[in-house]
Structure formats: C-alpha cells, structure tokens
Ligand binder design. Sequence first.
Ligand SMILES: Nc1ncnc2c1ncn2[C@@H]1O[C@H](COP(=O)(O)OP(=O)(O)O)[C@@H](O)[C@H]1O
Ligand SMILES: [Mg+2]
Length: 314
Amino acid sequence: MYAIKVHNLSKTYKNGIQALSGLNIQVKSGEIYSLLGENGAGKSTLIKILTTFLKPTSGNITMLGKDIQQNSIYIRSNIACVSQQTSIDTNLSLEENMMFQAELYKIPKAEAKKRMAKLIKDFELTSYLKYPISSYSGGIKRRLDIAMNMITNPKILFLDEPTVGMDIQSRKMMWDMVRKIRNEFGATIFLTTHYLEEADNLSDTVCIMKGGKEIIQGSPSQLKHYLRQNNIEIKLVSDLDVKAVLEFSQKCQYVDNVEIEKTMLTVTAKEVEETFNKLTIYLIDNNIPFYGIAIVEPTLENVFLRLTKKEQSL
Ligand SMILES: Nc1ncnc2c1ncn2[C@@H]1O[C@H](COP(=O)(O)OP(=O)(O)O)[C@@H](O)[C@H]1O
Ligand SMILES: [Mg+2]
C-alpha cells in the first residue's frame, strides 16, 4: 500500500521558473522516505504541493488512497508538516504551544492533554518545561516543533530539511526522534535533505532528485548496488610512488577509473578481486611501501556524484 503516489508532476512558478518537471515517486505506508537533492532541486516545492500549500501546474497526486486536489480537507487533517521556518510562538510556553496546536485541530482538551504528556515524555522535552522558549537552542526548538505537529496523530509527517544547520549531536537526536515517530506512532515520514549521510542512515527509501526530476529511487543498499563495482583503496607511504602506481593501475585490464587524493589512490574496476591481486603483487614486487590496500563498498556519495553529474543521462 502506498501512502503517496506522484505521477508526472510539474510546477512552473509565475516568474517562469520550472521547479518540477515530470516527477514520479512512490512512498510506501510506514516507511521513512528521503528526498535527496542539492539546493534548488525542487524539494521544498514538492513538499509544498504535497501538503496542499501550492497547486501543481500539471500531474496527479494520490495520498492515503485519495486524489489530493479533490480531497484537500481530508488530506490536510491527516498530515502534518514541519517546514524550515518554525511555527512556534515564542511568547507562549512549550505546553501552551502544544495546546494551541490541538485547539486549531479541534482535539478535545482532555485528549489533547493526554497526547501532550506522552509527546513531552517520548521526545525528552520534560527538562525544558521550566525555561522560556526564547532560551531554547535551534535543535530543541525543532524538536518542539515536531512534537507539536504530532499532537494531531498525523498519518504522514513531512519534514523539510529537519537537521539543516545542526551540529552532529543534535542531528543524531533528530534521527532517533524520526525513527521513534515511525516505530511508535506508525506515521509515514517524508523528509528532504541535502546530507547524504542522513539519507543513508535514516531511510528505507531514498530518491535522488535533480532539476525538478527524480534520477533514481531505491533503498540505500540498492542504490549502492547500482554502482556495482567496488573500489580498491591504496594508501601509499610516499607521494613519490603515486605516479608509478597510477600508471600501472591505469594499464590494468579491468580498471575504469583512478582517483588520487594525496597518497591515497581509489581504483574503480570491474573484476575487483583480480585487480586487487594484481595491484598487491605489483606493490610487493616493486618494494613500494604502503599502509594498506583494501576493497571498499561504494558509498551513497559515490552514487549521488555519479548520477548527478551533468553529462550523465539515464
Ligand atoms: N515562490 C517561488 N517563485 C519562483 N521561483 C521559486 C519559488 N520558490 C522556489 N523557486 C525556484 O524553484 C526552484 C526549486 O526551488 P526549491 O523547491 O526551493 O528547491 P530546494 O528546496 O530543493 O532547494 C529554484 O530554482 C527556486 O529558485
Ligand atoms: Mg528547500
């Protein structure tokens, strides 16, 4: 069952900029789905359309089994969105903010209080209750913003760049929070990010997007598998040996590409074991000192860079 299905979606803004051009994606119910793309790829535009803030120029969107244009009221009452600008009122306390959100959605007071207590506990906000919101760090404000949006028990939660500008510790806390929302509240999570590590760590499905279009969609391991070849990394002791090793590797039969960074050579080859053996024998036979030689899996970053290169067409 799909929570979101987008077919051939395009959006041209009034100034003529085409932010989305024929985008197709599918998001399964209950999964964490990451939309990965550089600035200007069209991520925020897509979120605004999916959350009914913006109208598409053309295309079809089905969410929770319904067409979103014809059922926008139903859709709005079953989703929540945390955008890059927080919706917290800093003049109100943490609890007042949460109750205000509940009132907006006409949740009975007793029920709202019950949900609020659970959210404060689940998302470890208890110790912040006694401080004014204006004293909260950016990370805590974001956590409160998400907790506030969870008071309506949304079936789909949209997060637009939830960890942008955060230090690594706050980022990891945010990842735990997102996993908790999926596991304990059963919500489908749709998030955008331009951090590869985030998409890799957190998602069941990643969609790489560029120029208003999806380039590839799959699980992080499927996407890594897409590159198929593994890489061989050689860490040499001296930069005086780099040239010789580079020339030898480039002559090896199955080698597609060699990249150099200081004394580290990354060799991409089709027959990785055979090439690995050849390179090892070469280093030993020629008495070239090296710290290590190893076969390494491609990272999601390799996939991203390869697929978003301009000349690349799929
Ligand atoms: N309100 C708007 N009016 C005109 N152009 C816009 C508007 N919002 C975004 N754009 C343009 O649409 C493209 C996609 O932007 P956006 O969806 O914000 O990308 P992302 O979130 O991936 O950075 C960019 O070229 C951006 O300048
Ligand atoms: Mg954006």
